[in-house]
Write a protein that binds this ligand. Structure first.
Ligand SMILES: NC(=O)C1=CN([C@@H]2O[C@H](COP(=O)(O)OP(=O)(O)OC[C@H]3O[C@@H](n4cnc5c(N)ncnc54)[C@H](O)[C@@H]3O)[C@@H](O)[C@H]2O)C=CC1
Ligand SMILES: O=C(O)C1=N[C@H](C(=O)O)C[C@H](O)C1
Length: 266
């Protein structure tokens, strides 16, 4: 069996270390190297004795891509780095699977155009948890009937970007079907700035950051005499790994950029 050769960027992080463990346990995937901004030249198994791999950690992406033959780059880093890694991988003919959130619209457009020009498959998914993908799809469905909606996303307090990629993606899916409106009272005034959260196309997104949380979102729809709440919780980062594995397999079969795991789920 030809294994898919994978490089993990951000391999020592919360998500990256989980991805490394998933790849090591998966028969058709092979971890060939890692990218991290520290730990140059160390082996990844020095950090996790249960991982049986000779894969080494690179700090420089060009050195890594020139020395290692890889099919896929899984990027789980930080927004600026993830964007540069994705661009570089496409230029090297390595297919990016990106979980890193916080890319701008302009960056997504640029990467879409680059992937098309080079004919390289790319999957960017703000959330790899199957339950979260369903939560977003159900929300899109509900928004047809309930245009008044607020999103509350809750994450651990080490998260760098706000609002979360999932909340932004949820709002953009809802926007596709929702009757455009500005919610709340027309004369509403914030006596403390930020009290009403961020405004995305008239919808409000509220971001909670607390120790103890992992990744959670509630989408609350309001109508006369009723509310509908669609809620998803990731209690452990293993919840994202089914989606990461699926994306690594599917990115080998496409030659354009796909944004959102829903587009590759059957
Ligand atoms: N799509 C999804 O399902 C999910 C996406 N995420 C996203 O994944 C990203 C990572 O999240 P966490 O693992 O919680 O963060 P983390 O902070 O635990 O890990 C990030 C890792 O990237 C590394 N890094 C930073 N700069 C680097 C560089 N220049 N080169 C190589 N490595 C570098 C850091 O050293 C760190 O180990 C975030 O953008 C987060 O929003 C997180 C969970 C699920
Ligand atoms: O940083 C995280 O933890 C997460 N980030 C993603 C996001 O921004 O939506 C996915 C998930 O919510 C966990």
């Amino acid at each position: 069996m030809n294994k898919i050769k994978v490089i993990v960027a951000g391999a020592r992080g919360r998500m990256g270390s989980e991805a490394v463990r998933m790849i090591e346990k998966t028969d058709n995937l092979e971890l060939v190297a890692c990218l991290e901004n520290k730990y140059d030249g160390k082996k990844i198994n020095e950090f996790d004795a249960e991982i049986d791999t000779e894969a080494i950690i690179y700090t420089d992406i060009d050195t890594c891509f020139k020395n290692v033959k890889a099919d896929v780059l899984v990027d789980l880093t930080i927004p600026e780095v993830g964007y540069l890694h994705t661009k570089t991988a496409i230029n090297y003919g390595i297919r990016p699977v990106v979980g890193t959130t916080g890319f701008t619209e302009d960056q997504l457009t640029e990467l879409t155009d680059l992937a098309e020009e080079k004919g390289i498959g790319v999957i960017i998914a703000p959330n790899f948890a199957i339950g979260a993908v369903l939560m977003m799809q159900f929300s899109k469905w509900a928004a047809k009937y309930f245009p008044d909606v607020e999103i509350i996303e809750k994450h651990h307090d080490q998260k760098l970007d706000a609002p979360s990629g999932t909340a932004v993606k949820t709002a953009s899916l809802i926007k596709e079907v929702r009757e455009q409106k500005t919610q709340g009272h027309p004369d509403e005034k914030e006596t403390i700035p930020g009290a009403r959260g961020s405004d995305v196309d008239g919808m409000r997104i509220h971001s909670v950051r607390l120790p103890g949380l992992v990744a959670h979102q509630e989408v609350i729809f309001g109508s006369t005499g009723e509310n509908l709440t669609i809620k998803h919780d990731s209690f452990h980062r293993q919840s994202f790994m089914t989606g990461v594995k699926l994306a690594v397999e599917q990115v080998m079969k496409i030659d354009v950029l796909v944004y959102g795991l829903e587009n590759i789920l059957e």
